[in-house]
Design a binder for this molecule. Structure first.
Ligand SMILES: Cc1ncc(COP(=O)(O)O)c(C=O)c1O
Length: 458
């Protein structure tokens, strides 16, 4: 069969909100042109994030009932721990309420002034948690990642010559760990090859530097390896994932992605000392080590979700969804990052609005227009998210790219919803030359994109 169908049927449904264009105009003004500030019940198709937005399966809902809510020693924790260990092979599994809490634990211990932590591309919460400790967060992704039109299979790879030069320049003593994000969210959702994971691991081990995977989308990454890397076609996604983790000393994970959870995460480690320090901090900020910020029922649902996410039929459908949207948009002349990544489609907003300079946030404009035109919510990944103020001149340095990310929640929307998104883009293409820029009128010092207020440039 050529058609890749949804490998599930729908048992429970949730209505979505149809609003008029006039209503959306009003809503945008009230939200200060920041879709993060729009109430979700006013959004028709919510592509803001794939995080925590998955539809749980019947088996996951059933597992919730088995939740053991004991404060200490809950059997739900041991079920969860066993499942995470089966896939990752790590000795210590520390549950947290979401990915950034794992980052907070890890970098509170490993970070600090004078330290430097490389990654292919740091996700925004990872970067913020590192920088909050006074350490520097550096991106060493391969140059191909910057070429949106390149269809290279593993554009999430870390550039090994950049990594060698980095270790040489700063010295292993100032690098408390090397991170690798699979798939690379901030770099277009592109996968990392097994060869690259192995090579980074070899370098880390040669210099005695711990190596951590940011494993939010490990299953999608594993399936890309199966499809694209020689030697893996006959392996199961689980075997591939197990190999990926085997090269690492630990992992941070938001289970709101490839855990099929609405909440949850873990920090996994082999090092006893680091694990003990992490658990001490966990008790301070998250909870006791056998629940760490989650309810027993969450732990149960996640243990089931981690099995389901490695199902081949699911992963085949998952990657087909992104591929479908990418190819429909390309056919209509919308420039998107290629090849299709795992969880999201990244639209080049600068190409869409070439007349709006980065200082007037073209990607924020596209996000606003998607909502105005069709009630669709996406997220800006451009100068609002990554623009930097120059310490000397006070001027803002734009981001390298002006992208809009349309993230696809897992098992939530159908092909008809995707077709509607394409139709909204067709409408926006007609009006693209009339679009104006935006300016920020209020912002917070860190992670400003979540709460900033905007006004339209006249
Ligand atoms: C690659 C990556 N790392 C870390 C995080 C942080 O996870 P959380 O939102 O659960 O705190 C995310 C969330 O989107 C992510 O995509």
């Amino acid at each position: 069969m050529r058609e890749i169908i949804e490998p599930f049927r729908i048992k429970v449904v949730e209505p979505i909100a149809f609003t008029t264009k006039e209503e959306r105009e009003q809503i945008l003004h009230e939200a200060h042109f920041n879709p993060f500030l729009i109430h979700a019940d006013k959004v028709l198709i919510d592509l803001l994030t794939d995080s925590g937005t998955s539809a749980m399966s019947a088996a996951q809902w059933a597992a919730l009932n088995a939740g053991d809510e004991s404060y200490a020693g809950s059997k739900s924790f041991f079920r969860f721990e066993e499942k995470v260990q089966e896939i990752t092979g790590f000795k210590h599994i520390i549950p947290v309420h979401q990915g950034r809490a794992a980052e907070k634990l890890l970098f509170s211990i490993l970070g600090g002034e004078g330290k430097r932590i490389p990654n292919n591309n740091h996700f925004d919460t990872t970067r913020a948690n590192i920088e909050f400790t006074g350490a520097s967060a550096d991106d060493l992704v391969v140059d191909e990642a910057k070429d949106f039109d390149s269809t290279a299979p593993f554009k999430g790879n870390m550039d090994l010559s950049k990594l060698d030069a980095y270790i040489e320049r700063y010295g292993a003593d100032s690098i408390p760990c090397i991170m690798l994000t699979a798939t690379n969210n901030a770099g277009g959702g592109q996968p990392v090859s097994m060869e690259n994971i192995r090579a980074v691991s070899e370098r880390a081990r040669a210099h005695g530097i711990p190596f951590f995977l940011d494993a939010c989308r490990f299953a999608e990454n594993a399936y890309f390896i199966k499809l694209r890397e020689p030697g893996y076609a006959d392996k199961s996604p689980k075997e591939i994932a197990q190999e990926m983790f085997s090269y690492c000393d630990g992992a941070t994970m938001s289970l709101k992605k490839d855990g099929f959870g609405n909440i949850g995460g873990f920090l996994a480690l082999n090092d006893d000392n680091l694990a003990e320090q992490s658990r001490n901090l966990l008790i301070l900020i998250e909870g006791f080590p056998t629940y760490g910020g989650m309810a027993g029922r969450d732990l149960e649902a996640l243990a089931v979700g981690l099995d389901e996410v490695l199902d081949e039929a699911y992963l085949e459908y998952r990657l087909a969804c992104t591929r479908y949207l990418v190819s429909r948009l390309l056919e209509r002349g919308v420039r998107v990052v290629q090849p299709p990544g795992g969880h999201a489609v990244y639209v080049d907003a600068q190409a869409f609005y070439p007349h709006i300079p980065p200082s007037q946030y073209p990607a924020q404009r596209l996000v606003v227009e998607l909502y105005r035109e069709g009630g669709i919510r996406g997220v800006e990944i451009g100068s609002v998210m990554f623009g930097r103020r120059d310490a000397q001149t006070g001027e803002e340095q734009p981001a390298d790219n002006e992208l809009v990310r349309l993230a696809l929640p897992r098992r939530v929307y159908t092909q008809a919803h995707a077709n509607y998104v394409v139709e909204v883009f067709e409408g926006l293409l007609q009006q693209r030359h009339e679009a104006k820029g935006l300016r920020i009128v209020k912002q917070s010092p860190m992670l400003r994109h979540f709460t900033a207020w905007f006004d339209e440039v006249q």
